[in-house]
Design a protein around this ligand. Structure first.
Ligand code: SF4
Length: 368
């Protein structure tokens, strides 16, 4: 049966918990949404099996997600990124198409981006769709992304100081369920405020050893906890407050051309970050290399005690950033730890390095 006669069951790769927002968009538009099973070793194994060996870890993980979702009945794939950009992300959608088609997975592709081609692809599937409904669904998705980012920030801020172990984790689970269920523009708009209110109710203890670490690097690795062995959670358990760099909503909104013009000329955060990076890297080389450098300096200038930089093995932009960050660290007197991940990276090794880094910052702060 052709796809025209079947219902369209759409899926997309995981990136942290952002399926809660992206799923909302497609449900609002009128698709049946298939959420891939949570990223697991099986997804990674599938990705490794079908992806080229040298593909970056995010590609393998997300390819595994797509195959698992297709096994569960998805027949349309929504893809973020593609065709533009300077790193391998530009080839992701073409490569997904090639691999999936060659291996007998029959799917259609929809480009998920703030561009006309997204509207045209969706309109082609859903001819009755009104532009206003489309726009509202997109805005609600972005607002739900902000809601997720409020949950993450609340967790990272409160977890190292929670008086009753597990309280933050329980609240995160509750908030995620509520975020999934919340409907209506005004309710979704007010959700981040509600999250902040709920986190304020969590009893905190004094933590004299509390330190604050900025967390940045390759975008996918910073938001998806599977590939980094849940490093954020571990840092919280060590009594470290984590301040993340950009979330998915910034990445998504940042792809909107008009806003790029604003960023170039107005004192937005992105503009400041790029300006700070200039003395060290005066060239956009793809991925988030410039942001990793500029944001590290921003952290240094804003009282953050150290920076953890994460990236996948073989990621060209972040390898360049990794070679520059020691100079940034020296020039701005901020400790920076770069951690590289691939499918062989062991959790114990990462935890040992993180623990040693945290100890070093504490000693430095205590004046040793
Ligand atoms: S930024 Fe790095 S890991 Fe991410 S898609 Fe580009 S090359 Fe791959």
């Amino acid at each position: 049966m052709s796809l025209d006669k079947m219902s369209r069951r759409i899926t997309f790769p995981h990136a942290g918990d952002y399926h809660l927002a992206i799923g909302h968009l497609f449900r609002k538009l009128g698709y049946e949404v298939i959420i891939a099973p949570k990223t697991s070793q099986r997804a990674l194994d599938l990705g490794e099996k079908f992806a080229p060996e040298q593909a970056c870890l995010p590609f393998k993980l997300t390819l595994g997600n797509l195959i698992e979702a297709i096994e569960e009945g998805a027949n349309v794939v929504a893809m973020v990124g593609g065709r533009t950009g300077m790193c391998r992300l530009a080839f992701y959608s073409e490569l997904y198409k090639k691999i999936l088609t060659e291996n007998g997975f029959e799917v259609e592709f929809v480009p998920l981006k703030l561009k006309k081609e997204f509207w045209l692809a969706v309109k082609n599937h859903l001819p009755e769709l009104k532009p206003a409904t489309f726009l509202l669904a997109l805005i609600e998705m972005l607002l739900k992304m902000r809601g997720l980012e409020a949950i993450r920030s609340g967790y990272l801020d409160h977890h190292p100081r929670e008086a009753s172990p597990g309280a933050c984790h329980r609240l995160v689970q509750q908030m995620k369920v509520e975020l999934q269920e919340v409907e209506g523009f005004w309710e979704i708009l007010g959700f981040p405020k509600k999250v902040r209110r709920e986190f304020k109710k969590i009893p905190l203890r004094e933590n004299p050893d509390l330190i604050t670490v900025g967390y940045l690097g390759e975008f996918f690795m910073t938001i998806d906890q599977f590939g980094t062995h849940r490093i954020e959670e571990y840092l919280g358990a060590l009594g470290v407050r984590v301040v993340p760099a950009d979330g998915f909503s910034d990445f998504f909104i940042g792809s909107f051309k008009l806003l790029k013009v604003f960023d170039r000329f107005l004192p937005t955060h992105k503009h400041q970050v790029h300006k700070l990076a200039k003395p060290f890297l005066n060239l956009v080389i793809g991925g988030h290399a410039v942001e990793s450098i500029g944001q590290s300096i921003w952290f240094a200038k804003n009282g953050i005690d150290g920076v953890i930089h994460v990236y996948p093995f073989g990621c060209m932009p972040e390898i360049v950033a990794t070679s520059i960050l020691p100079t940034v660290s020296e020039a701005h007197e901020i400790p920076i730890l770069s951690l590289c991940f691939d499918e062989q990276t062991g959790e114990a090794g990462i935890r040992t390095r993180v623990e040693a880094f945290v100890d070093m910052i504490r000693r430095k702060k205590a004046g040793y």
